[in-house]
Design a protein around this ligand. Structure first.
Ligand SMILES: Cc1ncc(COP(=O)(O)O)c(C=O)c1O
Length: 391
């Protein structure tokens, strides 16, 4: 029987070590990508059962866990995986860093889009690779891949690896089959490997369809150069648990990744991560469906509020996730001043410039919180930019 979750419940997260709620005052955090909602009941029950059992010894992934992952991706995305295609990793960002050592050598060029989730840039640079950026084109309020620019940069810099973000953070695009195929064809032509970060896959919103890159890679006969990275952490709001997966379909490639992981002994998760992952994929579907309905409502509230009260903010309607990309250039000329203005009004958003040059005067807002908090946060955005209160 279906249990209605109460996403209106405001849970105090201060003094819990929460990254998002790091204030000593009543600032409303609409920034880092986690949700202010309690995790799904089956996940919490599974964790409780482990605690009740009382033994927290060395643990390995079970056949049931592999089945849960395989079934989730097979039934939702028609992605056929075998146990042999799956590796575990402490996080998608650690895997991005690992991939530098799979596909590139020191100083090799790695291409990412601009704007992009910040660690795409930092991991390239910290691993002494050359960061090459291709700006996304904004057409009719949506980001598009600029394939001509991508190809020109691949040739100019002899790019070895492309880090794709699908769905895209911060722009919220879910790349279509056509876009992914065009990208694959281009990368194949120039022998560029693609690592696809698909962590937001399950947060695809109605009217859009997520396609795992790996599904297309085999048809293109290019699986030996494709890896996808994903996790249950964004989907089920369990980021503090840490844990993710690496998928690859090519036997030699997966062996190479596994060997690279062994160098630092970073191929296993902890007992709670395995437990949460399995219960999420086995029993979390209902919570996910409900949370997506709530998120879609919050997105509409936000879009309506901004259209009604701050119409000079240009809003990019997301196709996935609860993150919305806002062009705030009408309200300032300096990135830090924009951010500070919001902080003074006691609301925190992510500064767009952290996502690359294309993020200049943009902000990213996270709307995955109880509606009352969201409305108060939006009022504060209004107060910061226009003065006064809109409640
Ligand atoms: C695109 C993307 N990749 C990766 C992550 C983080 O992944 P992890 O916590 O598994 O390192 C995030 C978190 O916001 C993200 O948006």
């Amino acid at each position: 029987m279906s249990v209605p979750y109460n996403f209106d419940e405001i849970i105090d997260r201060r003094d819990t070590g929460s990254v998002k709620w790091h204030y000593f005052d009543d600032t409303i955090p609409l920034w880092v990508a986690d949700m202010d909602f309690k995790a799904a009941a089956p996940i919490l029950n599974a964790v409780e059962q482990v605690v009740q059992h009382g033994i927290l010894g060395y643990t390995k992934p079970t056949a049931a866990l592999f089945d849960a992952i395989i079934n989730w991706h097979g039934s939702r995305y028609n992605l056929q995986l075998d146990k042999e295609n799956i590796l575990f990793s402490p996080g998608v960002v650690p895997s991005l860093a690992l991939m530098m050592h799979i596909f590139t050598e020191t100083a090799d060029a790695v291409l990412v889009n601009d704007p992009i989730y910040t660690p795409f840039m930092t991991k390239v640079k910290q691993n002494n690779r050359t960061l090459v950026m291709s700006a996304l084109k904004e057409i009719d309020g949506k980001y598009q891949l600029d394939l001509d620019d991508i190809e020109a940069k691949i040739i100019e810099h002899n790019v070895k690896l492309y880090l794709l973000c699908n769905p895209h953070n911060p722009g919220g695009r879910v790349w279509t089959v056509g876009e992914l195929e065009a990208l694959l064809t281009l990368c194949k032509k120039h022998n560029v490997a693609i690592v696809s970060d698909e962590i937001h896959q399950d947060l695809t919103l109605s009217g859009h369809k997520f396609t795992p890159l790996l599904k297309l890679a085999e048809a293109e006969n290019y699986a030996h150069n494709i890896v996808s990275l994903t996790s249950m952490t964004k989907t089920f709001n369990v980021a503090g648990i840490k844990g993710s997966m690496i998928f690859a379909k090519d036997e030699t490639l997966i062996r190479k990744i596994s060997q690279q992981q062994q160098l630092n002994d970073e191929y296993e998760l902890n007992l709670f991560a395995y437990t949460v992952m399995q219960s999420a994929y086995e029993e979390g579907g209902e919570w996910l469906e409900q949370v997506l309905t709530y998120i879609e409502k919050n997105i509409e509230i936000t879009l309506d509020f901004l259209a009604g009260h701050l119409p000079d903010i240009k809003v990019m309607r997301p196709e996935a996730s609860y993150l919305i990309w806002l062009d705030c250039s009408a309200y300032g000329e300096d990135n830090q001043a924009l951010y500070d203005k919001l902080r003074e009004a006691k609301v925190e958003l992510n500064s767009g410039i952290k996502y690359g040059r294309e993020g200049h005067l943009k902000m990213r807002i996270n709307v995955a919180c109880p509606e009352a908090l969201l409305r108060e946060g939006l009022n504060r955005v209004y107060a910061a930019f226009r003065g006064g209160d809109k409640s």
